[in-house]
Write a protein that binds this ligand. Structure first.
Ligand code: CO8
Length: 258
């Protein structure tokens, strides 16, 4: 695994933690940091010992958006040539559960990164938002699409047009945040859930994730078809046999990811 400059990584049993680490600039996402996040996600996704990935920042910020200093002099042609958002598509290819543990600011590209996660746990003090409009631009890494799918058109437009900060409680009430915690315990509680998930049958988690993403991204009929296929497929796994046998034998299952 590479030596990273803008993130820190650690492993606790089967849970990998990726911590965004540019504290002097509230974890502003420069290109290097985004490349490193995607590299680490892909590495852990391909590592058999890892079952769940947690993405987090620090108390002040998950990430306060794209690095405005780096972005300020871009032109349409420099953006088109480098295509800096293309690497974001690789996040959607990660098959393992990704949980965000958010404290402080999650703005712009930082909010977009959060919306790419499967579960979103937030401190009560966290603040979300898309302030791009205040810079004369707009979200570019999926924010308009993902926020609208969750909130619907008129609520999404209000946040995207006004660029206000959304308190964690509002984000929770609007179905963006999965669970809210006091700031001091949000990371520990996230790790507890991550470890619980890590003991679930990995193939079920993976195929459930695929089916749920399909539900979000496609017409109901396509999603239902994929869900049915994945359900049938799981009956070829050893974990299905073990899980059901354990239930019948009234004991804890021992899942092996096979
Ligand atoms: N880019 C670069 N530097 C930043 C950023 C940023 N997004 N956010 C904060 N910083 C820096 C500040 O410049 C400051 O640096 P210095 O100490 O050298 O002056 C340091 O972080 C601390 O920030 P503040 O002093 O401003 O801290 P405050 O607590 O007073 O304010 C705020 C916190 C409100 C979060 C404020 O820093 C702020 O408004 N930041 C900018 C937020 C923003 O506009 N984000 C959207 C950026 S555009 C975007 O994300 C487009 C997405 C496109 C796709 C994503 C691709 C990666």
């Amino acid at each position: 695994m590479s030596n990273y400059e803008c993130i820190k990584t650690s492993v606790e049993n089967a849970v990998a933690v990726i911590q965004l680490h540019r504290p002097d600039v509230l974890n502003a996402l420069n290109r290097k940091m985004v490349d490193e996040i995607v590299d680490a996600l892909t590495f852990f996704d391909n590592n058999n010992k890892i079952k769940v990935i947690v993405l987090t920042g620090n108390e002040r910020a998950f990430a306060a958006g794209a690095d405005i200093d780096e972005m300020a002099n871009e032109t349409p042609m420099t953006l088109e040539r480098v295509d800096p958002f293309a690497v974001w598509d690789k996040i959607a290819l990660v098959k393992k559960p990704i949980i965000a543990a958010v404290q402080g600011f999650a703005l712009g590209g930082g909010f977009e990164l959060v919306l790419n996660c499967d579960l979103i746990f937030a401190a009560e003090t966290a603040q979300f938002g898309f302030p791009e409009v205040n810079l004369g631009v707009m979200p570019g890494a999926g924010g308009t699409q993902r926020l609208t799918k969750i909130l619907g058109k008129t609520k999404a437009l209000q946040w995207l047009w006004l660029g206000d900060m959304m308190p964690a409680k509002t984000a929770y009430e609007n179905g963006i945040v999965t669970r809210l915690f006091a700031q001091e315990i949000v990371v520990a509680e996230t790790m507890k859930v991550a470890h619980r998930l890590a003991s679930q049958p990995p193939l079920s988690l993976r195929l459930i994730k695929e089916a749920v993403h399909k539900a979000v991204d496609s017409p109901l009929a396509d999603g239902l078809q994929l869900e049915r296929k994945n359900f049938y497929l799981l009956f070829s796994s050893a974990d299905q046999k073990e899980g059901m046998r354990a239930f019948i034998e009234k004991r804890k299952p021992n899942f092996k990811g096979e």
